[in-house]
Design a protein around this ligand. Sequence first.
Ligand SMILES: NC(=O)C1=CN([C@@H]2O[C@H](COP(=O)(O)OP(=O)(O)OC[C@H]3O[C@@H](n4cnc5c(N)ncnc54)[C@H](O)[C@@H]3O)[C@@H](O)[C@H]2O)C=CC1
Ligand SMILES: N[C@@H](CC=O)C(=O)O
Ligand code: NA
Length: 450
Amino acid sequence: MSAPDGRSGAGRGELTRPRPVARPLAVAIAGLGTVGAGVAKLLRDNAELIAARAGRPIAVTAVSSRDRTRDRGVPVAGLRWYEDAVAIAADPAIDVVVETIGGSEGPARALVEAAIAAGKPVVTANKALLAVHGAALAEQAEARGVTLAFEAAVAGGIPAIKALREGLAANRISRVAGILNGTCNYILTTMRERGLQFAEVLADAQRLGYAEADPAFDIDGVDAAHKLAILAALAFGRPVDLGAVHIEGIREVSALDIELAEELGYRIKLLGIAKREESGISTRVHPCMVPKAAAIGRVEGVFNAVVAEGDFVGRVMLEGRGAGAGPTASAVVADLIDLARGRLTPVWGAATDALSHAPSLPMEKHVGAYYLRLMVLDRPGVIADVTGVLRDHAISLESMLQRGRAPGEAVPIVLTTHDCVEGRMREALARIEALPTVVEKPALIRIEGL
Ligand SMILES: NC(=O)C1=CN([C@@H]2O[C@H](COP(=O)(O)OP(=O)(O)OC[C@H]3O[C@@H](n4cnc5c(N)ncnc54)[C@H](O)[C@@H]3O)[C@@H](O)[C@H]2O)C=CC1
Ligand SMILES: N[C@@H](CC=O)C(=O)O
Ligand code: NA
């Protein structure tokens, strides 16, 4: 490189001397599916740029997957192929293991444990593994002094882990929340936009590579819970606690509720919300009504959003693609670049013995507003019966909407409430469901002002 005036002045000669090429970081990818193949492709397509940013080339030298013959759009000839993924851990020529097999047990867990035990850093996209075994894995990684990196595990391509662990590290976080499952957001958006049935849209999300191997993890809210448990651990500096997360999925969200939400000025989103309360930490995943004009209400399709609130920074919202080969590979490779650069960070942001043990709070104590949709027989006195139950439980109504008239037949009524305690709402709901004029299981959706 020459100086702007074209001269190479004193000392600048050093810049023109060819730099010694650092030894490539040798990577093994276990699991060449959507994400694993995406990582191989990204490392190949952006090799030069990545080497410049990593300070050395990053090269895939070994792989393990179940099917050798499948065309993945990336050449695998010339790479060492392991039938047994766990054996990679013992390969002295491998610097880093990328685990993209998936699952909280089986070969993924065995490989990650073996790699850490062998002193090899691990990069994984596996939120199930981290949510279930993350506390123990962090201790093992810390004891061996190796990195366990997992940017891809939460919100795909959004650098949410880096943001919380590094960018917001100086803040006391009061809330971390967001749209954490691309499949569900894609399904809810497409159901609303195209009036399609749930099952039709799910097949689409699977075809696009968004869904988990078992899509029940997505639609039942478990995948979002895995991610929320990870975010909560980072945000509040405590060991990951999946068991504490209240989980509801989107199976029961009907086209009617999506339509009624629209009428009331809301969108239905599956949110994960972790909040620091006075007496502990609450963590919950469930469908929510959010104002459609709010930033979170406008996050659509496979896009995710992560919102964090810190005492000095205020509110931060990151939005981006939460699933799919490209965005997820982008996150995996970002971790690889950090590793190549030698940047090490504790798994949960602080040494495990410095983590807090703030208690987890039960969902019964949640305080919030509710949307309640009932199918009732259109008869005099029905509304008085329902509102009477709410009055008995000291639940105050914010609004009421009755759709059409069909004397003697079932019609929907929608009630929205002011803030009340979840436990009380559930008691009222059980009584309302038992009323003879209520003909279907009521739909209860929490209203959030995220
Ligand atoms: N697909 C996505 O958008 C995202 C996925 N993830 C996570 O990434 C991981 C991988 O997900 P996908 O690539 O979508 O799954 P996938 O099912 O497309 O890929 C998994 C691959 O692992 C291989 N495999 C299974 N058992 C194996 C074994 N014993 N040894 C070696 N290979 C084995 C399979 O043949 C398959 O090619 C999961 O943990 C998932 O939760 C994370 C973020 C986004
Ligand atoms: N199945 C997940 C994939 C990314 O984590 C999702 O849909 O968000
Ligand atoms: Na991410």
